[in-house]
Design a protein around this ligand. Structure first.
Ligand SMILES: [Zn+2]
Length: 427
């Protein structure tokens, strides 16, 4: 592959929540895996590869910053339950299966194929507590060309005996996993206490020490469900709040912490989270499926939080981030109605931003075509939709978010290179 590439098509991206940058019939110059610039006329570039996508749309790849790779097989099950019984009745039983590597060999290729087909190529994902299975998942993401943070889950408190680690073993396995993860280039480890109630204080302390020693990011859950919050108060009576539990064990590295859900936050928690520059993973489908609540997206966006979207498979049901963006808009409209119009709903530009650059910025300069961004893009062919040849590029994006999916995505590119279906011999 030549290191310089010229990409032609109808280009668009949102580097901020407020602005959709539209470049119909334009050229994007990629150099050494980065975006150099976008030009209305074909620029003069020596020795470059030309990729002409005609009238197809070209947009940044999606970022899914909260997804449980090991829950892919249980999607759609137990949706009549709330969080805690759902975990006990479905999730823990499913995750226990990953002790057997053969089960991961069956599930993970199907998941990777679907993520690839839908263009979710920047991932922040939970594995299970199993060391070997987590490494196998990392091998597959690396081999397939994704950019991913993968977390071996830590949990030394659990009502499912097959998923309960001993504290010392959890710590030793995590160290070994961190050492063996050093071989990867585009896939990185992320410290992953499942959530505060699944970890004892000594384990949280060990994990906080590893964060500092290895300079690692953290992902976990926060303020998803009211029963969960009361349970945290019982388990950690000395903590001022749920978020304070993570903070007091140094599980809040600045600008490097992803917290999923964040629905029922106190004012003091919001202040502390803003100070720590946390990334909020908004999971609108999951929040409704498990009757958890509606996150205050508008207020948090306006307050300056870093926010991205999470499919939260398997409490969420769909992997397509266009659907997650639409779910975020719908949840925000319900919240706006509830507020009797006092709170504005988010619009499709804001939701598109969250699904691309909002979540993508957790990985560096990702999810945008601003100069210097990593050269990651999706090509979308919408010519089979009857209005596509008469509506504007901004409207074509709206249709893609609401109606689109794998069928419309004709090519995927990461770091300037086209990436192929990870496991072509299976569905
Ligand atoms: Zn989750």
């Amino acid at each position: 592959m030549k290191s310089s590439v010229l990409v032609h098509g109808d280009l668009l991206y949102a580097a901020t929540p407020q602005k959709l940058s539209l470049h119909p019939d334009s050229w994007m110059h990629l150099k050494a895996g980065k975006v150099e610039g976008i030009y209305a006329e074909k620029p003069e570039v020596d020795a470059c590869e030309i990729r002409d996508y005609g009238k197809q749309m070209i947009l940044p790849v999606f970022a899914d910053i909260h997804i449980h790779s090991v829950q892919y097989g249980q999607r759609g099950l137990g949706m009549n339950l709330e969080l805690l019984p759902w975990l006990s009745n479905y999730t823990f039983k499913e995750e226990a299966r990953f002790e057997d590597l053969e089960y991961g060999k069956k599930v993970f290729p199907l998941l990777l194929n679907e993520l690839w087909s839908l263009g979710s190529l920047n991932l922040c994902t939970f594995s299970s507590m199993h060391l070997e299975s987590s490494l196998m998942l990392m091998d597959m993401y690396e081999e397939a060309g994704f950019r991913a943070y993968v977390g071996k889950v830590n949990m030394d408190c659990c009502d499912e005996p097959r998923l309960k680690e001993e504290c010392d073993i959890s710590y030793a396995d995590t160290r070994e996993w961190l050492e063996r993860s050093k071989q990867y280039k585009n896939v990185k480890p992320i410290i992953t206490p499942r959530f505060a109630p699944s970890c004892t204080a000594p384990l949280l302390k060990h994990l906080g020490q590893l964060v500092q020693e290895y300079d690692l990011p953290v992902q976990t859950h926060l303020n998803e469900n009211k029963g969960e919050i009361s349970w945290v108060q019982e388990l950690f009576p000395e903590s001022k709040s749920y978020y304070d539990v993570y903070r007091s064990y140094n599980l809040n590295p600045k600008g490097k912490t992803v917290l999923a859900h964040c629905i029922h936050n106190s004012e003091a928690e919001l202040e502390a989270m803003l100070e720590d520059e946390v990334f909020v993973a908004h999971c609108p489908a999951s929040n409704v499926n498990l009757s958890s609540g509606i996150m205050h997206l508008r207020e948090m966006l306006d307050a300056g939080f870093n926010i991205g979207l999470g499919s939260d498979i398997g409490a969420g049901d769909r992997l397509f981030m266009g659907t997650a963006a639409v779910d975020a808009i719908r949840a925000s409209k319900l919240y706006s109605l509830q507020s009797e119009g006092k709170v504005e709903p988010v619009n499709y530009i804001e939701a598109f931003y969250l699904a691309t650059a909002g979540g993508g910025s957790f990985f560096g300069d990702c999810g945008s075509f601003a100069p210097g961004s990593t050269a990651d893009y999706l090509v979308v062919d919408d010519k089979c939709w009857p209005a596509s040849d008469r509506i504007g590029l901004d409207e074509r994006l709206q249709q893609f978010l609401y109606l689109g999916g794998a069928e419309q995505i004709s090519e995927r590119c990461m770091r300037g290179e086209v990436i192929e279906k990870p496991f072509p011999d299976i569905c």
